[in-house]
Design a binder for this molecule. Structure first.
Ligand SMILES: [Zn+2]
Ligand SMILES: [Zn+2]
Length: 552
């Protein structure tokens, strides 16, 4: 009998940024790591979210022992509200991560029945044949973890998202000594964060940003408005610290920012001294240079507080001369346009705007090349799989691993759905599980197929043409010429001749059909074909054509 092998099956986050999820399977046990979501790419029009496909897990439901979450970012926890109702297994995480998960589940009404368990750093939990220990890592959210997973064929280390900040703000530095210890005992497989594997050198420490924020808040002539990710709690702490030092009060604006700061204070991850935080109405009468706002909107999200302020659309806060706005975040790829627009609007309103290109007001939360090499060297794994990143990030990371001496045949660049099977001596990609992205559109999950996406693409590119065809109820013949209404296709006035011609064209085509015009199976394709050819000849565009029939 052949011994079971360890299967490593990425279900999200490989060859893409976001919706991280990984399954590990040995014999009759499956362990899941993370369950994240991804915000849609630009070509996925109208889609709210993308989540991992868990068909494989549902097919093997009786094997799944639990979900282990590395940290509270959306790309690691965001799919839980959609997946837990289908796959009700316990969820293990550190304390703050658990707090953030329960907020998410509550929002989506999925908290009831969920089994959330807190695991302190250093403790071990047993999930079937897997034993999992959480170790602290530095990242852009407190309480982030990496995982030491004991399996029947050897130890696996999952880095989570991490960087090696020796002077982090709050929280512990990445547990290098523990990793060195484990590395010394021999590690079968390392799975490591590749998000910034393109960047040479070291990622700067959070404390660099603290100094900049302190200077900005000290010197600003008027109010200071700082925007960052609501989960970047250490950054909010830095703003509070600087505000205290320069006798300013801090007002938190925006719902997600208010929610996360509340939970972070409750759980002891954010420490505002008494009397520093203020509600908006408590700021009345304070001089402008005694006020700091902390708001959402660092990604230019249209409904966020900062964007509404920038558009003069916020009910309580308007930009006044002398305001300084600090964008203490980097734009997530795809959001650059929105962020730039917001910055422009803020300048127009008379604000001074500081962002990463003009001042060091942000450092990111992922390891750069030298840090990645350090981790690889410390752990010296037999096998290596780069995770969390697009294909180029994974490739860069694979090359780094080779450069520090890991044999090429032991490095696997995987894609979502691949099955990697390992035994203590060798590894091989043996197949693929059923895998496709699952789209979440408003409240519905998974029923938006590629047909819908294609339609939306067409609508956004070339517009829509509606053709209203009147048919005589008795004779089945066409009445008059069809009406044509277009949106987003051509300027109706400039192209009135073309539209007029196309009405004649449809009338002629339908007249030739004898009594068949009343037959929808004839009209629908005929009208579409005729118009699509004609419009393409005229405009090189392919609008969506929607014929309607009315009987008169
Ligand atoms: Zn993260
Ligand atoms: Zn991440």
């Amino acid at each position: 009998m052949t011994k079971p092998r360890l299967k490593v099956i990425p279900l999200g986050g490989l060859s893409e940024i976001g919706k991280n999820m990984m399954a590990m399977e040995y014999d009759n046990d499956i362990l899941i790591i993370d369950a994240g979501l991804m915000f849609p790419e630009e070509e996925m029009l109208g889609i709210d979210l993308v989540i991992p496909d868990i068909s494989y897990l549902l097919e093997n439901k009786e094997k799944v022992r639990g979900i282990v979450i590395t940290h509270g970012h959306e790309d690691h926890v965001g799919a839980l509200p959609y997946l837990l109702p289908q796959l009700n297994v316990p969820v293990y995480s550190t304390k703050l991560t658990r707090g953030l998960i329960s907020v998410k589940l509550k929002e989506r009404k999925a908290l009831e029945g969920a089994s959330l368990k807190t695991v302190p750093f250093g403790n071990k939990i047993t999930l079937g044949k897997f034993r999992v220990e959480f170790y602290p890592v530095c990242h852009s959210i407190p309480d982030a973890a990496g995982l030491i997973i004991e399996t029947p064929i050897g130890t696996v280390i999952h880095s989570g998202d991490f960087k090696l900040d020796y002077t982090p703000v709050g929280g512990e530095p990445t547990a290098l000594s523990r990793l060195a210890q484990i590395g010394g005992q021999g590690v079968l497989l390392l799975l490591s964060d590749s998000t910034y594997a393109e960047l040479p050198g070291y990622t700067p420490s959070e404390s660099v940003v603290g100094e900049t924020l302190d200077r900005v808040i000290a010197e600003a002539p008027g109010r200071v408005i700082v925007t960052t990710f609501s989960s970047l709690i250490s950054r909010i702490q830095q703003v509070i610290d600087a505000a205290v030092k320069h006798q300013r009060r801090v007002c938190i604006v925006g719902r997600s920012m208010t929610d996360t700061t509340r939970i972070a204070i409750e759980l002891g991850y954010l420490h505002p001294p008494d009397g520093v935080l203020a509600r908006l109405d408590e700021l009345r009468g304070l001089p402008n240079n005694k006020i700091v706002f902390v708001t959402t909107g660092s990604q230019g999200e249209p409904t966020s507080a900062l964007v509404r302020i920038a558009n003069r659309d916020h009910r309580q806060i308007h930009i006044i001369r002398g305001d300084t706005v600090v964008i203490s975040a980097s734009a997530v790829p795809g959001n650059e346009g929105l962020v730039n627009k917001t910055v422009d609007n803020l300048f127009k309103q008379g604000a001074q705007v500081l962002y990463n290109k003009v001042a060091s007001v942000h450092v990111h939360g992922h390891a750069s090349q030298e840090e990645l090499k350090l981790l690889l060297t410390l752990i010296k794994p037999k096998f290596f799989v780069p995770i969390h990143g697009e294909y180029r990030h994974l490739s860069f990371h694979a090359r780094l691993a080779e450069s520090v001496g890991i044999p090429k045949e032991n490095i696997f660049v995987l894609e979502d759905g691949d099955i990697l099977e390992l035994n203590p001596q060798s590894g091989k990609i043996t197949g693929k599980v059923n895998y496709s992205d699952v789209y979440v559109d408003g409240l519905s999950v998974g029923d938006i197929g590629s047909v819908v996406l294609r339609d939306r693409k067409m609508l956004s590119k070339d517009g829509i043409v509606m053709v209203i065809i009147a048919i005589n109820r008795q004779t089945g013949k066409l009445v008059g010429r069809p009406d044509i209404i277009s949106r987003g296709f051509v300027d109706a006035r400039e192209s009135s001749d073309m539209i007029d011609n196309s009405r004649d064209l449809v009338a002629r085509v339908l007249d030739h059909g004898g009594t068949r015009p009343s037959d929808w199976g004839f009209i629908n394709p005929k009208v579409r074909d005729t118009l699509s050819k004609y419009y393409y000849q005229q405009t090189r565009r392919r609008p969506m054509i929607l014929p309607f029939m009315v009987r008169v």
